[in-house]
Structure formats: structure tokens, C-alpha cells
Design a protein around this ligand. Structure first.
Ligand code: ASP
Ligand code: MG
Length: 800
């Protein structure tokens, strides 16, 4: 025999009840030996409790009762529930007069939900030609007197059920009320909320069923609640022990007590979805899966009560008094945590019992307040508990670190000694994000990185195209999901929490809205986006003022923008203090030499204690082209300059390159990398422009560009033989000088040999004293810069 159990949602009007009837009918037609246990339909139990509450407060419940009757009567007009409805009317009226009710009355009220449900389903099945039989468990299952949370009397209930099924067997399908029973005075009792599952388990036990099939509205047991964690995966099979761990921590399909009757007889429990018959659900059996199951469950209606006081130190019996007090008030403690210093004791309880707990504890510890042994009893009711079931403590640092990186600091955590079970208390507002972060970490499910790109010009645009192109590959190879949720220019932003469209340009045009940075930060918060990275591909002087705010709000930073590293040292320092404080990273490899791995190399050398003596090189792509070409070709300097401009190698106003400022900024960034606290003004810069060309308007400059020719013709002619001109940045830690200048070098040395618009960096250290470490290659251009930014993003994802 198989026991089927249908929950309230599976029996709701419409698709639910229709499907449930079909499922039962199909099995009956195929001669399967089944019995069916039912919950109340839809939200019947909640509604009945609500009406009861209203009645006891002498509020009107009549409208709701009419709606209740209409709903329950709607499916099958040939049935009338006059008996049940009259009982309800009388009870409500009585309660309304008294202004109060007992647990006993409550059980009488809520039991009507199950009775109506089983009567209806029986009748519908009969109409379909199934030999269904309404089975009222108030007659069969006898319990103690604990109304609202009754316990079955095993021997007699077992006997009754077995006898009943003896007389109603063969092709009869018993349709059984879940949740309810009666005491020895035949007064109705219930097993507590979700008690139909328990009824089904009892029946399975009494009748030695081969399987209990629990029809729900979900596909089975998941690694986390799919409504909370979209990456949650269904668990195909798990053991009762594992299920028990889940049940203890809020997986609401399973009550721990439900599992006991099944374990006793080794009866498998299958969780199925009424609305998805194709899925074969989750099966729970005695067998332990070898790997051990992992799951995340959540309790979100809890409060944390804290007792603090110096007198708690080493005082015997405090814990006992807390538990005794709470116990006497019927308050269940789900977690307890205590520092080894015993200055504070925290207990997690149901949120709606928090005030009761405080009152009771304050009374209990009144004397201790006077003696100052206890100085504070406080409650936090905006908390939630996340439990990682199956979490080995030796690996716990991983989810923990991931939480901290995402600015979620658990309020307390606690583990069970045997169960491989770690529970964390977090702020309720952080629950969603925390559950996702932990889940991703625990299950090695692709790590989602949420990126906001500021600046959608040449570099930003190229970067977005590169991300879109490589996204799938990175997911396949590295298990990292790059999700660009924001693209912004200086005025507008295009937001999509699920990732921007591949055609992000039209996406931007159609979806853009004006923004403030705070709105983007709020958007990320509201959508619980984790692992945040802000990418600055602007050249904006203003945007860097947002960096600290971004860091404070959980973003790591990647920047191609040199400004933040070259404004006053005080800002440079402050930014790093904030980064450290919030454990955030700031990567800017492209600030010098575009995508070349320069900054990273210097950082590494410096960190490892290798003394860097000198860095020298051609840092600017445009100036590289200019002098590489001019040195070997017999053409005027102005002609080369025009060629460079035509090829897009220079800034729109080439004087920005020629002034030497750009090279100086890069040199400053390298210097600061070596902990040299310099300002831009400390650098000696050779401006390649004569004074009279420096501050005139651009058109004027272009007109007078040939003014440059004579000077550079002379400089070139005055060199030694086989020498070429190079515009270099030069930093010496030994003399403490920082210079940006035009020099003449032998054409066969490393500097002399570079071509095109390449950059070159020579790093002299103790180890590389004679022959420098040389890094050389394309040091400018949108494609390589974007590639470098992308590299920084990927480097960050490894740290997240
Ligand atoms: N109808 C009861 C409840 O909602 C019992 C059950 O559904 O299992 O709690
Ligand atoms: Mg239910």
C-alpha cells in the first residue's frame, strides 16, 4: 500500500483540486493500493484561525465566513456542508459572546477544514467512478488531551486504523482527514500546524505502507528555498537523518516528528509536486548518501534575546534559569550562544514570543539587576537564522569569508557538535543576500559577480563588448558569472539586475534614466546584488570622488582612470584606509602601460622586499610613436606629429601629450607604488613645447605647428652617432629624483630598439642590477586597455 498526502495548495480551487483528483483517479484505475490523507483546502486553516481571532475580539467575521463558505462550496454544488458550517457559526458566535476561546475550541474550529476537504474529495472521486470512502480520523486516531499539539495514543490508534482498513479494503480508496484526532472523551484534537503530514506518517506506519508520497506545490527538497536563492537545486535523494537536520531548521515540509514513524518502519518518503507530474521529486530513505547532503535553511521569524552582565561570569545556574523561565512560558529556544567569558548569553526564539520572553526574564533576573550581576536584557527582533546543514567546520571559513567580503557580519554563529550544522544569525535585511552568498559558496555554484561600468566610451564600450563575448566561456571554465547590472555615462544609467542586453548600446538608448550614484547603490541593495565591482573607464576628475562612497557600500574598484592615484597624496592615502577598513580591493593595472602587467609586477617585487632602484621607460604611446618615427625618418617633427594625430595616437589636443603631464602622472603612480609619498609637483617635467605655444587656442597651435621643427631638427642633429631620441619617465630611489624628459640613447639598447607606439619599462633592482627587468609592448589603445581592465576584473573575482 502507498499513502498519498495532499497539502492545502494542492487542493485549492482550480488547477490544484482538479489535478489532485486526476492523480488519485489514475492510481485507483490502475489498481494501485492507496490511501489518501488530506489537509484543509487552500488557506482554510489560516482563514479559520483569523475568523476565530476576530470573533474573540468581538470584531465582525461574517463577511469572511461567507467568503469561506462560498469558496469551499464552489467546486461541488451537489454537496452541502450544512453540518460543518453550522458548527463553525455556533462556535464563532459563542466565542464572540465570551470574547475568548480555549485551545479545545480552536481545535474544533480548525478541524472543520480537514473534514470539508475530505468530504469534498470523496464526493468528487465518486463522481469519477472511484470507490472512495470518507474516513474521519476523529473516530480512529486517539490522542492525549494536549489540544493544539496532541500526541497519538499508539496502541489504540493503531488497532483502530488497522481494523478500519480491514473492513474498507480491496478497491476502496480511503480519503482520510489529516491533522485531527480525538481524546478519550471524543473531543477533537489536532497535531499542530502542518499536522497532516504527521497523520500520513502515522498511517504509513500503522499500515506498513511501502511509500509515503507527499504531494506539495514544490518539486521536492531544495538546497535552499528557491524563492530566496534562485540558484537552488533540487536534491534527488537524502537520508532521514539528513532530512531531520533540515526539518529542525525550518524546511517546512518536514516536521521532525513526522519522520519518526517512517524511520521506525523504514518507509521511504517521496516529496512530489502536484503541479509538475513529470518530476519524480525527492526521495528520503534510510540510506545515507556518501557525500553527505548539504542544504541551507532559514528561520526568518525569530528574535535574538541577549542577557549581558559582568556577574554572569562563572556564575552557576544562569543558563538553567534562562531555560527554566522560557520553558515555563512555553517559549522554545532554537539557538543558544555564549561567549567563553560568559559575559553575554544570547538565545534565539520565535519573534512573536519576544515580548513575553523579556517580561519573564526581567522578572526572573530582577534581583540580579539590583546586584548588578545582570545589566541588560535586550532583544533584536529584526534577525533571521541561516543554517548550513552538512557544513563541516573545517570548511566553514569559506562561506564565512564570503559573507564578510559582502559586508555581512553575522551577529552570532553556532554549531552542533554532531550534526555538521552551522547556524548564523544575521540581520533580516541581509537575509536574502546572505543566503545567496552562502549558497553559492557552499555549492560551488557559479559565483556571480555584479559589475557596474562607469563610462561607455572607447575603453568602456570595448570592455562591455569583450565581457559579452567571453561571458559564457568564463562561466564554463571558471564557474564565474559576470553580470553587468549597470552601464553609466556621466548623466544616464542603464540598469538591469539580470544583466544588460548583448546589444547594450540600444539597451542603453531605450532604458537609460538620469541618475545619482546613490540610486545605483540603492538599486544594488534593493536587488541583493552580491560581489559588487565598480569599473571606472572615464577620464573624469569628478567621478573619483565617488570611490570612497562606493567602497563604503560594498564595491570593489577597478579603474582605468588615473585621477584617483594622482591627486593629492592625502586622498590616495584616505582611499586606501577605507579600502582596508572595508576589506575591498582597488585594481588599476591599466593606469600605466595599459594592459601590460607592470603595476602588478612592481607591487610583487616591492612586497617581496626586493629593493627597486630605478624605473625608466617610455610610458606614453603617442610620444613613443613620435620619437621612434622622428629619430629614423628624414621628415620634419610637425609632419610626424600630424601623422600621429591622424592615426589617433595623440589626444585631440596633442599638447596634452607634448606637455609631459601624462607621463609625469604615470611616473607618480609608479613612485607611490613604492611607498614614496610624492605629489605631482615633485616631478621635474620637460615640456616639449616652447612657451609661446603652450597656452594659445588649439587652432592657433595647429597653424603654428611648424614652429617646433627647427628646435627638434637641432636636437636630433646634436646627438652622438647611432643614437635616437626617447621621451622617458625616470625614477631613482637612490637619488630620490623623479624626472620626465627627452633623452638620447644608443639605438641598440632596449630603449633604443622599441618600435611603433610601444611602451617599455626598465626596472632595476638589487637582483636585476645590471640587466633590468624589461616589460615591453603595446602600451596604449582601447583594445589593450579594455583587456587590461577585464584582467583586473577577473583578478578580483578570484579574491571575492
Ligand atoms: N491544515 C493544517 C494546517 O494548515 C494541517 C496541514 O495542512 O497539514 O496547518
Ligand atoms: Mg498545510
Amino acid at each position: 500500500m502507498k499513502i498519498l498526502k495532499f497539502g492545502g495548495k494542492s487542493l485549492a480551487n482550480g488547477k490544484g483540486i482538479q489535478t489532485a483528483i486526476q492523480i488519485i483517479k489514475n492510481k485507483a484505475t490502475q489498481q494501485e493500493n492507496i490511501a489518501v490523507v488530506l489537509s484543509a483546502r487552500g488557506n482554510a486553516t489560516d482563514e479559520l484561525l483569523e475568523m476565530l481571532g476576530k470573533a474573540s475580539r468581538k470584531e465582525s467575521y461574517h463577511e469572511q465566513l461567507s467568503a469561506f463558505k462560498a469558496y469551499q462550496g464552489q467546486i461541488d454544488r451537489s454537496l452541502d456542508f450544512a453540518e460543518e458550517f453550522t458548527i463553525l457559526e455556533n462556535l464563532f458566535q459563542g466565542v464572540s459572546l465570551l470574547g475568548d476561546y480555549s485551545e479545545k475550541i480552536k481545535d474544533q474550529v480548525v478541524s472543520q477544514g480537514e473534514i470539508i476537504s475530505a468530504k469534498l474529495v470523496t464526493n468528487l472521486l465518486k463522481k469519477e467512478g472511484v470507490n472512495a470512502h470518507f474516513t474521519d480520523t476523529r473516530i480512529l486516531i486517539k490522542t492525549d488531551d494536549a489540544f493544539g499539539n496532541a500526541r497519538p495514543l499508539d496502541v489504540i490508534s493503531r488497532k483502530n486504523i488497522i481494523n478500519h482498513f480491514k473492513s474498507h479494503n480491496g478497491n476502496t480508496v480511503n480519503i482520510v482527514t489529516g491533522f485531527i484526532g480525538s481524546n478519550q472523551h471524543n473531543e477533537t484534537t489536532t497535531f499542530g500546524r502542518n499536522g497532516s503530514n504527521y497523520t500520513a506518517a502515522l498511517l504509513a506506519n500503522f499500515l506498513d505502507a511501502e511509500e509515503l508520497q507527499n504531494y506539495t506545490h514544490v518539486d521536492g527538497i531544495f538546497t535552499a528555498n528557491p524563492e530566496l536563492v534562485s540558484d537552488a537545486k533540487k536534491i534527488e535523494a537524502l537520508s532521514f537523518n539528513e532530512a531531520n537536520e533540515l526539518a529542525n531548521f525550518g524546511a517546512n515540509i518536514l516536521h521532525a516528528k513526522t519522520i519518526v514513524p517512517l524511520i521506525e518502519k523504514n518507509i521511504p518518503l517521496r516529496i512530489l509536486n502536484t503541479f509538475n507530474s513529470a518530476d519524480n521529486g525527492t526521495i528520503i530513505t534510510q540510506k545515507t548518501t556518501t557525500k553527505g547532503i548539504k542544504s541551507i535553511s532559514v528561520l526568518d521569524n525569530v528574535a535574538l534575546v541577549n542577557l549581558e552582565g559582568r556577574g554572569l561570569l562563572g556564575k552557576i545556574g544562569v543558563d538553567a534559569r534562562i531555560f527554566k523561565t522560557l520553558g515555563e512560558n512555553g517559549i522554545n529556544v532554537s539557538i543558544i550562544s555564549q561567549g567563553s567569558s560568559e559575559r553575554g548569553i544570547g538565545v534565539v526564539i520565535n519573534a512573536d514570543e519576544a515580548s513575553k520572553a523579556i517580561v519573564a526574564l526581567e522578572r526572573e533576573f530582577e534581583n540580579d539587576f539590583y546586584t548588578k550581576d545582570v545589566n541588560k536584557i535586550s532583544v533584536m527582533d529584526d534577525v533571521a537564522v541561516i543554517s548550513i546543514v552538512g557544513q563541516d567546520l573545517s570548511e566553514f571559513h569559506k562561506p564565512y569569508t564570503a559573507l564578510i567580503k559582502n559586508q555581512i557580519v553575522p551577529i552570532l554563529f553556532n554549531n552542533t557538535v554532531s550534526g555538521k550544522n552551522v547556524s548564523l544569525v544575521v540581520k533580516k535585511s541581509q537575509l536574502h543576500k546572505a543566503a545567496n552568498v552562502i549558497h553559492g559558496q557552499v555549492f560551488g555554484i557559479s559565483k556571480k559577480i555584479n559589475i557596474a561600468v562607469f563610462g561607455k566610451g572607447l575603453v568602456g564600450g570595448t570592455l562591455l563588448d569583450q565581457i559579452i563575448k567571453s561571458k559564457q566561456d568564463i562561466l564554463d571554465k571558471n564557474n564565474i558569472k559576470l553580470n553587468v547590472f549597470a552601464v553609466a555615462d556621466s548623466k544616464h544609467v542603464y540598469l538591469d539586475k539580470d544583466g544588460i542586453a548583448n546589444d547594450w548600446k540600444s539597451g542603453f538608448e531605450y532604458e537609460k534614466t538620469a541618475y545619482t550614484l546613490q540610486q545605483i547603490i540603492d538599486y544594488a541593495k534593493a536587488n541583493h546584488l552580491e560581489n559588487l565591482i565598480a569599473v571606472d573607464t572615464t577620464a573624469s576628475k569628478e567621478f573619483v570622488h565617488n570611490y570612497i562612497n562606493l567602497v563604503n557600500n560594498g564595491f570593489d574598484l577597478v579603474s582605468a582612470n588615473k585621477v584617483a592615484n594622482t591627486v593629492a597624496y592625502s586622498f590616495y592615502e584616505e582611499l586606501r584606509i577605507q579600502l582596508k577598513k572595508h576589506q575591498k580591493n582597488y585594481l588599476y593595472e591599466t593606469n600605466v602601460g595599459a594592459g601590460l602587467p607592470l603595476i602588478d609586477t612592481i607591487k610583487l617585487l616591492h612586497k617581496s622586499g626586493e629593493k627597486i632602484k630605478k624605473i625608466r621607460g617610455v610610458f606614453s604611446g603617442s610620444l613613443s610613436y613620435l620619437f621612434n618615427t622622428f629619430s629614423v625618418e628624414e621628415i620634419p617633427f610637425s609632419t610626424v606629429l600630424q601623422q600621429a594625430a591622424a592615426k589617433g595616437y595623440t589626444e585631440p589636443d596633442a599638447r596634452e601629450d607634448l606637455s609631459g603631464n601624462d607621463v609625469a602622472r604615470k611616473l607618480l603612480i609608479l613612485a607611490r607604488e613604492l611607498d614614496l609619498k610624492h605629489e605631482l609637483s615633485d616631478i621635474t617635467i620637460q615640456n616639449l613645447l616652447p612657451a609661446h605655444l603652450q597656452s594659445i587656442r588649439l587652432e592657433q597651435f595647429i597653424k603654428n605647428i611648424t614652429d617646433l621643427d627647427q628646435t627638434y631638427k637641432l636636437i636630433k642633429a646634436n646627438q652622438q652617432k647611432n643614437h635616437v631620441l626617447r621621451y622617458v619617465g625616470d625614477l631613482s630611489t637612490e637619488t630620490g629624483t623623479l624626472e620626465v624628459k627627452l633623452i638620447s640613447v644608443p639605438e641598440n639598447c632596449a630603449l633604443g630598439q622599441i618600435k611603433g607606439s610601444d611602451s617599455i619599462f626598465e626596472i632595476y633592482t638589487e637582483a636585476y642590477a645590471e640587466q633590468p627587468l624589461v616589460i615591453q609592448g603595446a602600451g596604449a589603445g582601447a583594445a589593450v586597455t579594455a583587456r587590461g581592465v577585464f584582467g583586473d576584473i577577473l583578478r578580483l573575482t578570484e579574491k571575492l
